[in-house]
Design a protein around this ligand. Structure first.
Ligand code: AMP
Ligand code: ZN
Length: 145
């Protein structure tokens, strides 16, 4: 895609601090360095978000993550854990619309990364869980229609 910043990074038109590259993905330092070592893994093929992956591309891209994550973790003994995040849609904080996976090394609960999961279970009863469950199940085979 001509006007896509990550396509330009993939092609080398825009420089990046690349840490891994093969025929399927390129991994490079996120310019923001949310925590030190913050790395992005992007498919070389332009896909806007997770919803646009087919099974083959997903298998190819996501199977690369453990190897890259292990190398990032091994790069610094102070790294104790890692958040792996994939934002899809503006409402979900996606700002670059060429799919990418964030590898965010974690150093302590006082480092610069925060994520909040609110526990709303008190607002749900069995009927409500089941209605949501069924609604998702009903759409599981949409791909094959
Ligand atoms: P997201 O908000 O999930 O779409 O993440 C996009 C990420 O791309 C942000 O964390 C940016 O810091 C990062 N980013 C944007 N431009 C560049 C660039 N030229 N090189 C490296 N990272 C970039
Ligand atoms: Zn692109």
């Amino acid at each position: 895609m001509t006007d896509c910043i990550f396509c330009k990074i993939v092609s080398g038109e825009i420089p990046s601090y690349t840490v891994y590259e093969d025929d399927v993905v390129k991994a490079f330092l996120d310019i923001s360095q949310g925590t030190p070592g913050h790395t992005l893994v992007v498919p070389k093929k332009h896909v806007p978000d997770l919803f646009a992956y087919d099974e083959k591309l997903a298998a190819e891209v996501f199977s690369r993550l453990p190897k890259i994550a292990r190398a990032v973790k091994a790069s610094n003994p102070a790294i104790k854990g890692m958040n792996v995040i994939n934002n899809n849609g503006k409402v979900a904080y996606q700002s670059v619309f060429h799919s990418h996976i964030h590898l965010i090394p974690r150093y302590s609960d006082q480092d610069d990364f925060k994520m909040i999961f609110k526990d709303n279970s008190g607002k749900y009863d069995e009927a409500k869980y089941k209605q949501i469950q069924q609604s998702i199940i009903d759409h599981m085979d949409d791909d094959n229609d």
